[in-house]
Design a protein around this ligand. Structure first.
Ligand code: DC
Length: 222
């Protein structure tokens, strides 16, 4: 059993950027569970399955095989053997993932894969329910948050840097809607685990957050 770090929090709080840096510094394997939900979302979009048809989603899930590989230390997500790591990064896929991750059949599909990955090595896993549900015995749990306005601004800068034109008000509205869906769903909603340390990144730089969490890991590892 390796050392397990769980990082949960809402969309845009900086989880993946920060998690990747900490994992690199400490030599941990980074597992991005959102990418797995996104791969399922992509499959459902491609197959034209409506997100609100629970039965159709459940049926489609049986046709899906998700696996993970690492290329130069970067996680790749495979959907029925196809590497879809680039295709899952759109807002459309993120929203579909958020809408369909409420279904128990979707969550059960990914639970074992996530637990197996954590059992095999020193792992830093990020998502929504890692500290509360997937790894309740994680050695360190972090709940990463930031103001919706700050998160929208970060997302806006990220997209415009990539040359994608977007509207900051729309992004903020989207973020607030996604937070509401992710925190109010019945199964494994996003919430801070009782024993998680909350880190608000609104007014911190990436390096400050990385250093704070790295210090926590080092003190718990002794
Ligand atoms: O972190 P992300 O934006 O890539 O995640 C996309 C969606 O997937 C998110 O809005 C909710 C869902 N998700 C989840 O339900 N549980 C997780 N552990 C990770 C993501």
């Amino acid at each position: 059993m390796g050392f397990n770090i769980a990082i949960d929090g809402p969309a845009g709080a900086g989880k993946s950027t920060i998690a990747k840096k900490i994992a690199g510094k400490l030599g941990f394997i980074y597992v991005d569970t959102g990418a797995m939900y996104r791969a399922i979302g992509l499959y459902l979009l491609r197959a034209g399955v409506p997100y609100d048809d629970a039965q159709a989603v459940e049926d489609a899930i049986r046709e899906i095989q998700i696996s993970i590989a690492y290329q130069n230390g970067e996680q790749q997500v495979l959907l029925n053997g196809e590497n879809v790591s680039a295709q899952i990064r759109t807002e459309e896929v993120g929203n579909m993932a958020s809408k369909t991750s409420q279904y128990p059949a979707v969550r059960v599909k990914l639970l074992e894969l996530q637990r197996q990955l954590a059992a095999s090595a020193d792992v830093l896993m990020d998502g929504r329910d890692i500290g509360t549900c997937i790894l309740p015995n994680a050695d360190l749990k972090i709940y990463l948050t930031a103001d919706p306005r700050v998160r929208a601004k970060r997302r806006y800068l990220e997209l415009t840097e990539k040359g994608i034109s977007c509207n900051i008000e729309e992004i903020e509205k989207d973020i607030i809607e996604r937070d509401l869906r992710d925190t109010t769903r019945e199964v494994a909603p996003l919430k801070k685990a009782e024993d998680a340390v909350e880190v608000d990144t609104s007014h911190l730089t990436i390096e400050e957050v990385v250093d704070t969490i790295t210090a926590m890991v080092q003190s718990r590892r002794g």
